[in-house]
Design a protein around this ligand. Structure first.
Ligand code: GLU
Length: 467
């Protein structure tokens, strides 16, 4: 059985790099009818917070990746970890180290001066010395003194480290709290995780975790270290590029399916396919096909995917998603028509809300530059249009209004732009906007007439003031 997990440290929000590895782990477990667990790595009591953990879970819920079993909080498992520390001490696979901070600093300075890699020098490993009084010792694990550790990584291929590079690292601090690499290995083993898919910034931790697996007699999982997401210049992704809180994507109007589709393609591909339904992701994803090189974040592609998903989302669903944005669509009698019209032109839900408001909210002011293009001729066209539209109350479809507009143009013997621009100013406040017939169908003859009359009055008042 395939068992995977996502194990965020709650030092801040969930970012898209984390969400991507979570997605990979989720897909691989679900595809194989396995298990996908969630573990909050909150042992660093100084840097972790409950708020951050909750924010991560909120984002997780938003994207809809479900996990199996209870969420595991490492901060609640200290007693368990202590038992394993005791076990290793008992079996002499770990030992107390009484080195003071001053001694450690001196050692480090010395090593740097001698151009050596700073690392612990094993001085307490087999020491028979009497421990100094008043020092709370740390516990260090004995790592092999020689030989190599081979990590068969599903992304990187075989990665080798010399044990001589890995010092006897601390597994429990002076106050008894366990350290990161120790608890990760224990938890992965106890949770039965056999596929660890995570960012390649953790590759250097892996030999340490293997030392823990070996010392405790646990079997080592399959590792997949996923290259980072870079920006388009190949540099580390900054907040401006998109390395923001996953919930910021929600606030900016992206829909989870689009974001997940975007993320699955960052570092993984299936020929040149770009759009993946959830079912296709499940069917096709395989961590063995994750790219070896870093992937580039492409904001335009995310917009393109989001617009694709918006266009293909049913209107009822879209209306629900719009609840998070300020737009009064629910009571609108032309809701379907409005959504059909606006969803064709936008990349995000935020833009969708704006596009709808643009139509349904009467203009509060008129763009002065556009207004200055209105002359006697256009004003008389608008006046005639008011009389023309008055008795068109029974029209409903955009095609009906299109026909009516065509009749009007024919009657007046004018071309569309002569009507199109002033009528858009009257309807929206500015001379550009969506297709006139579509908007007339949405607003209906009565509202159209009101807005055009308001605009005519506005122009009249303006003229009177200037005289
Ligand atoms: N807690 C680690 C992080 O948030 C992940 C550890 C792991 O996946 O092994 O970066």
């Amino acid at each position: 059985m395939v068992v995977t997990r996502f194990a965020p440290s709650p030092t801040g929000y969930l970012h898209i790099g984390g969400l991507r590895t979570a997605l990979f782990s989720y897909l691989w477990a679900r595809k194989n009818n396995g298990k996908f667990f969630l573990r909050i790595e909150d042992t660093d009591l100084a840097r972790n917070s409950k708020e951050a953990a909750d924010a991560i879970l909120e984002a997780f819920k938003w994207v809809g990746l479900s996990h199996d079993g209870e969420i595991i909080y490492q901060s609640q498992r200290f007693d368990l970890y202590k038992k394993y520390v005791a076990k290793l001490l008992d079996e002499e696979k770990a030992y107390y180290c009484y080195m003071s901070k001053e001694e450690l600093d001196a050692l480090r300075e010395n090593q740097i001066a001698n151009k050596q890699k700073p690392m612990y020098d094993n001085r307490w490993r087999d020491s028979k010395e009497t421990p100094p009084a008043g020092v709370s010792p740390v516990v260090r694990i004995k790592t092999p003194l020689e030989g190599k550790v081979l990590i068969p990584d599903g992304v990187k291929g075989n990665v080798e480290f010399s044990w001589s590079e890995i010092d006897d690292f601390i597994i429990a601090r002076g106050d008894g709290t366990p350290t990161y690499n120790f608890v990760v290995a224990i938890d992965d083993a106890l949770m039965g995780v056999n596929y660890v898919i995570r960012g390649d910034d953790h590759l250097s931790n892996t030999p340490k975790q293997i030392a823990v697996y070996n010392a405790l007699g646990f079997s080592v999982p399959n590792f997949f270290h996923v290259p980072m997401i870079h920006n388009e210049e190949g540099k580390k992704l900054s907040k401006r590029d998109g390395a923001m809180d996953v919930m910021e994507y929600q606030r900016n109007g992206y829909i989870p399916q689009a974001l997940l589709n975007f993320l699955v393609r960052l570092g993984w591909s299936n020929k040149d396919q770009e759009i993946f339904s959830f079912g296709e992701m499940l069917e096709l994803f395989d961590p063995n096909n994750i790219n070896k090189s870093a992937s580039a974040y492409n904001a335009k592609k995310l917009d393109w995917l989001n617009s694709h998903y918006i266009k293909n989302t049913k209107n009822d669903e879209l209306a629900k998603l719009l609840n998070d944005f300020s737009v009064e669509i629910h009571g609108h009698d032309k809701k379907e028509m409005l959504l059909d019209n606006a969803k064709e032109r936008v990349n995000t839900l935020k833009e969708l809300a704006d596009a709808i408001n643009f139509i349904i909210v009467p203009p509060l002011s008129y763009n002065e530059k556009d207004v200055s293009t209105v002359n006697e001729e256009t004003l008389s066209i608008l006046n005639d249009f008011v009389s023309f539209i008055e008795d068109k109350q029974e029209l409903h479809l955009p095609s009906d209004f299109q026909e009516a507009v065509n009749d009007f143009l024919r009657e007046k013997n004018i071309k569309m732009p002569l009507l199109g621009k002033p009528i858009r100013i009257a309807l929206f406040g500015s001379g550009t906007g969506p297709n006139v017939a579509d908007v007339l169908a949405i607003l209906g003859a009565k509202e159209t007439k009101n807005r055009v009359e308001n605009f005519i009055n506005y122009i009249k008042n303006k003229k009177e003031q200037t005289i």
